[in-house]
Ligand binder design. Structure first.
Ligand SMILES: Cc1cc2nc3c(=O)[nH]c(=O)nc-3n(C[C@H](O)[C@H](O)[C@H](O)COP(=O)(O)O)c2cc1C
Length: 202
C-alpha cells in the first residue's frame, strides 16, 4: 500500500515537471491571437523614446517577408534605421512623420519594380504594401507601436528618403514606419461599417 502511494507521488511529480514549465513558458511569451492583434492595431504616434530590441526588429522583419506576393516574387527590401541622427533627418524632411523624433527605430519598405511579376510597378507596390501591413501587425503583437507614414506616391518625400538612406532611383521607398514603445495615448478606432459590405452582388 505504502509502495503504491510512493509510485503515485513519483508519477505525479514526473507529470508536473513536464507540464508546468510548458505552461509558464506559454504565459511568459504569450502572444495575443491574430484577430485580437488585428483589432488592437492602431497608428501609434506617441512613443516613450525607449529603443527597440534587435530581436524584436528581427521578428518584425520576418513577419514582413512572410507576406504574400504575386507569383512569389518578393519584390522588396527593407531599410532598418536605428541611429538617432538618421531618424531625425527623416523626421525633419517628412511633413507627417514627426513621431520619428521619439521612435526607437524605423523600417522603410522599399518596392523593387524590376523584381516584381512582369516587372510591373503595380505589383511591386501591392506586394510591398502587404509586407508593410505585416510590419504594423507584428509590432502590435510584440507590444510595440507603429504608423505607416507616406513616402510614395509623393516625389518630394521619396527623394527625402532616397537621399537620407542612399536608396537607388530604381527602387521605390514606399513609406517610413516609425516603431517604438507606445505611451498608451493612441487607441484603435472603430471602423466597421456594415454598409460597406455587399453580399453576393454590389
Ligand atoms: C498609405 C498611407 C499613408 C499614410 N500616411 C501617413 C502619414 O504620412 N503620417 C501619419 O501620421 N499617418 C499616416 N497614415 C496613417 C493613417 O493616418 C491611419 O492609418 C488612419 O488614420 C487610420 O488610423 P489607424 O491606423 O489608427 O486605424 C497613412 C496610412 C496609409 C495607409
Amino acid at each position: 500500500m505504502r509502495g503504491m502511494r510512493v509510485v503515485v507521488i513519483v508519477m505525479a511529480l514526473v507529470i508536473a515537471s513536464a507540464v508546468v514549465p510548458d505552461c509558464l513558458a506559454q504565459k511568459e511569451g504569450a502572444v495575443p491571437d491574430a484577430i485580437s492583434v488585428i483589432h488592437s492595431r492602431k497608428s501609434v504616434r506617441n512613443f516613450t523614446g525607449q529603443s527597440v530590441e534587435k530581436e524584436k526588429l528581427d521578428k518584425i522583419l520576418r513577419a514582413a517577408m512572410a507576406a504574400p506576393t504575386a507569383v512569389n516574387k518578393q519584390p522588396w527590401s527593407f531599410v532598418v534605421v536605428t541611429e538617432r541622427k538618421t531618424l531625425n533627418t527623416l523626421r525633419d524632411g517628412l511633413p507627417y512623420a514627426k513621431m520619428l523624433g521619439q521612435a526607437g527605430a524605423a523600417i522603410v519598405v522599399c518596392a523593387i519594380p524590376a523584381r516584381a511579376y512582369d516587372g510591373m510597378v503595380e505589383f511591386a507596390i501591392i506586394d510591398s504594401s502587404l509586407a508593410g501591413e505585416n510590419i504594423l501587425l507584428a509590432a502590435e503583437a510584440l507590444g510595440l507601436g507603429a504608423t505607416w507614414t507616406a513616402a510614395y506616391p509623393y516625389k518630394d518625400r521619396m527623394d527625402v528618403v532616397r537621399r537620407a538612406l542612399s536608396v537607388p532611383e530604381s527602387v521605390i521607398p514606399l513609406n517610413v514606419i516609425p516603431i517604438g514603445y507606445p505611451t498608451g495615448a493612441d487607441k484603435p478606432k472603430s471602423k466597421y461599417k456594415p454598409e460597406n459590405i455587399h453580399w453576393e452582388k454590389w
